[in-house]
Design a protein around this ligand. Structure first.
Ligand code: PMP
Length: 356
């Protein structure tokens, strides 16, 4: 089936096939990657390759550490204030449900302030932020680069006038080229463009690793994993291995430049049709449209329900929208083939003709 899940979501078939082949015997070791000690040489090669490939794909500068941690992006909502503690205050931009969760968790641990929000418009756009809106003494400014539920994304990054920019990139990491040097910290749960759930990636500029609060728990402290190459304790070994296979696939394909082209093409197919139809509607302001998550509705709740059901019967699954938005949501991450989006548009046309 073509699976439009918002995450965990589709993985490249090539990566899954490779994992299947190696399931019982990885590279002549006679064991599955799941059974390996994280201290074994054969595993060390896997985690190193995963880190190196991610650095290469995202063009992460040498003065940034790449950490593989656990706890999901949600744990990083707390890790940010605990690791970047100087003045004990931080600025947040609310552009969606997860941005708000990050703010609420941040507010438990630092003096958090909302400097801009699109909540009153149901997060249909990205509010603009100018440097004068930012507290120069804030420890960081937090943004969510892509809003998984509402289907918006930053088109250009806010100018934070030197205040460290922390970004939750969970739902659009590796989907388009980004200048990593503009960020102080990037974090992302793996379960969309990276691999299976269980792994969380943190990319942090190394001069920020000494800003942790004294009482920051060891496992939440970025420096703990930075000092130990993400092997302070047992990492999510199999998820890292799967991520490595996904990174290999992406590199072979032509890297982020190539996948960005494909992603824009896929999103274009869907939006072009949505724009041409007066049957379907999408609430998102055009200039902020996500190329990963595309929410849309039919004229009624009943038709939305019928759409989701009939689409599934046609092999197009997990299209039900998030409960906060309703309707449908097509998540078209890196691993969604162009063919899947073409099939979806074909189905949408048929459904429109039959129900108009
Ligand atoms: N941030 C964003 C943008 C997300 O899409 C999600 C989950 N889908 C989260 C944070 C929460 O991530 P996790 O489930 O890994 O904690």
């Amino acid at each position: 089936v073509y699976n439009f899940s918002a995450g965990p979501s589709m993985l490249p078939e090539e990566a899954l096939n490779q994992a299947a082949q190696e399931m019982l015997d990885y590279n002549g070791t006679g064991m599955s990657v799941m059974e390996m000690s994280h201290r074994a040489k054969c595993y060390d090669e896997i985690i190193k390759e995963a880190q190196e490939l991610l650095r290469e794909l995202m063009e992460v500068p040498a003065n940034y550490k790449i950490l593989f941690v656990q706890g999901g992006a949600s744990t990083q909502f707390a890790a940010a204030p605990l690791n970047l503690h100087v003045n004990g205050k931080a600025d947040y931009i609310l552009t969606g449900n997860f941005a708000k969760q990050a703010y609420k968790e941040g507010a438990r641990l630092t003096q958090a302030r909302v400097i801009a929000s699109s909540e009153e418009d149901n997060y249909t756009y990205i509010p603009s932020v100018t440097p004068d809106m930012i507290d120069k003494d804030a420890d960081y400014v937090h943004i969510t680069t892509n809003n998984t539920i509402f289907g918006t994304k930053y088109v250009s990054l806010p100018d934070t006038a030197g205040v460290p920019l922390v970004a939750d990139m969970s739902s659009n990491i590796l989907s388009e080229r980004m200048d990593i040097s503009k960020f102080a910290v990037i974090y992302a749960g793996a379960q969309k463009n990276i691999g299976p759930a269980g792994l969380t990636v943190v990319i942090v500029r190394d001069d920020l690793l000494e800003r942790f609060k004294e009482d920051c728990p060891t496992m939440l402290k970025w420096k703990t994993q930075a000092d130990k190459d993400s092997l302070y304790n047992t990492p999510p070994t199999y998820s890292i291995y799967m991520a490595m296979l996904v990174f290999r696939w992406l590199k072979k394909l032509g890297g982020i430049a190539e996948i960005e082209k494909q992603n824009r093409y896929k999103a274009g197919l869907l939006y072009d049709y949505l724009d041409s139809s007066d049957f379907y509607r999408t609430a998102v302001k055009k200039e902020f449209r996500s190329i990963m998550n595309v929410p849309f509705v039919t004229p009624s709740k009943e038709l939305d329900e019928a759409f989701v059901k009939e689409a599934a019967q046609n092999g197009l699954v997990t299209l039900k929208g998030h409960r906060l938005v309703g309707g449908m949501r097509a998540s078209i991450y890196n691993a969604m083939p162009v063919e899947g989006v073409k099939k979806l548009v074909e189905f949408m046309k048929k459904f429109e003709a039959a129900n108009k």
